[in-house]
Structures are given as C-alpha cells and as structure tokens.
Write a protein that binds this ligand. Sequence first.
Ligand SMILES: *Cc1c(COP(=O)(O)O)cnc(C)c1O
Length: 371
Amino acid sequence: MIPLVDLRAQYRSIKREIADAIDGVLERAEFVLGPEVAAFEREFAAFCGAPYAVAVNSGTSALHLALLAAGVQPGDEVLTVPLTFVATVAAIEYTGARPIFVDVDPETLTMDVSQIERAITPRTRAIVPVHLHGLMADMDAIAAIAGRHGLTIVADAAHAVGAEYRGRRAGSVGDLAGFSFYPSKNLGAYGEGGIVVARREEDAQTLRRLRDWGLERKHHHVQKGFNYRMDALQGAVLRVKLRHLAAWTDRRRAIAAAYDVQLQGFDVRTPATRPDRRHVYHVYAVRSARRDAVQSSLAAAGIQTGIHYPTPVHLQPAFANLGYGAGDFPVAERAASELLSLPMYAEMTADQIDAVVGAVAAALPRAAAIR
Ligand SMILES: *Cc1c(COP(=O)(O)O)cnc(C)c1O
C-alpha cells in the first residue's frame, strides 16, 4: 500500500523535536499567539524573503484577511481561476466581493495572463492568482496588468511554500500572499493554520488587528475583526518543521524528477514547469485522457491517488450563484477531467517510486510517437 501522502513517516523522523516543542508550550501555558507564534512569523517571513508575516488559524482566513487588507469591499470584483480549491473563491465571497473567473493556461494550469484584461471592469479591485500544485503563476505579467489598472495582487500560495519565480520566493512576489498549513500541505501543522505574508507595514498592522477582534491595544477595538488567531501549539510545531522544509522540498523535487524521467514514453503528460520557476510539487499531477482507468488500476495495485481538482469551482453547486456553466472555462474543465495526483511525500523510497511508475505504465499504452 502506497499512500498519497504519509504524514506518519514524517512524524517519526521529527518525533523528539516535536515533543520538546509541544512540552515547551504546555509548560509556559500560553496557548494562543504568544512568543512561539511571533517567532514563527519572523522565521517564516525571512524564509519567504518578505518583511512581514501574520499567522492565522487557516489558509482560508489568511486569504480572507489579505483581501480585506487589500481594501476589497462589497460590490467589488476580484479575478481568480476556477481550477482551485473552493476556499480561494469562498474567501473572495466572504468580503462581499464577486469572484470573476479567468481560465487557466493549458500548459502551466495557472491563470492565463492573456485573458485577464478582458475580464477587468471598473469594479475590479484585486487579482488572486493561484500557484497551482506548487508552480507559481506568471507573476511579472500579472503585476504589469495590475499596475496598469490599479489592482492589488493577493496570491493564493497554499500549495507553494518555498516555490520561486525569477529567483523570488512565493510570498515576496505581489502585494500579499496567503499560505495554508493544513496538515497535508508541504509545511503542515498538527491541526489548522495559515499565514499572510505582506510587503507593507500598514498591511501587516491591519492584518494583526483583523485576526484579533480589531484590537489596537487592550480593550480598544478600532475596527470589527475576527477570531482568526493561530494556536501556540501550531506555531511551535511549525517552527520545528520549517527547519526541515528545505530538505523536504529538495526531496520532493528529486522524486518529481524521477517520475518525469521514468514516465517518459508513456501516454501521459507529466506536470509542466518553467525554467524561470522553482516548482515545489505540493501535488505531482499527471494528465491522461484515460485518467479514471489509470486511477482504478493504481488503486487495484494498492497505490492511492488523488484529483486536484475534479470539478472546477464554477461548476460546483455551491457556486451556482455566480451564474457560470459548463463550457465557460474549457481549459480548466478539460484539465479537471484529466488530472491525476500521484503519491508525493519526502519520505518516499526508490522502491515506492518504481512501484508507482510500474503501475502507471501497466495501465497505459506506450505513446505512439515513441514506439
Ligand atoms: C488548502 C487550500 C486553501 C485553504 O487552506 P485551509 O488552511 O484549508 O483553510 C486555499 N487554497 C488552496 C489552493 C488550498 O489548497
């Protein structure tokens, strides 16, 4: 049995450090925000190469607050992509703004920059590119458009901790970025967590107030806020894990490179990357017109797979209010029918990689062009 992700294998490799970190929090009995979270914020901002980071209780909260800090208001429009997790779109709706979709690029599956400008109206306030699967969107092209139209860029970097675009890390590109520490993400908490990375000090101050009831100082609420605070236990766990993240990311990239090479010659598309980007493979997703058959044959061989994401958000019943229908975003729709996420975690062994490749190969004919 090969799982899609193996969080127990990771835990076994850091058990002692985690026990010490948790014990420290329990001994100090400071359970919400506090010194562990503040230290994690400093360390995470430094990791991203950005000046400020504000830790919250989920990636969804991070995106919600980032959009509020960007000044998004009811009646505004915010551009994003339909090939994402529903949280991206829900966070936009939480602000009262209307999500407007732009299809994805057929190669990278990130926002198709050639289609952004035609979606802009006088009500457009922000753009939310999604760094899907760990590959950053074309941020310079998006920044040029945002600059021309006075829009703020709030990146959904939930998949992209440690990813790079032209030498700059996710979080340090654009105005604001939201990350998720959901347990299965590349940097996962032992519970829920998220963080907003910001470039401007005033945004960081707004974010700190908003996550904690609009407090400026004790008992003085200067705006209506939320309880979006990060737990100290999560801050302590994330500090431990952040120290291992570079090694874990290198290992993910090595596994992806092995998959890329070994899957060559079979009728399956391996994930696109770009020479100016560092993909961190939160998800290693191949594409095949015979996806469902490949998935069943892998399941029969004891190999777990996933689909990120089988239904684009514009076709989810919960978002029917947006008024979109089948055929509106053909690239996202086609990708959703073809994507298959293979097992990917830093602790995967060479034998496990071989077993996955063997099972994919057994399920597919060799590509006609090759043999
Ligand atoms: C995980 C995820 C989120 C939301 O993060 P949570 O921590 O689960 O709230 C947002 N966007 C994308 C693309 C995600 O994968």
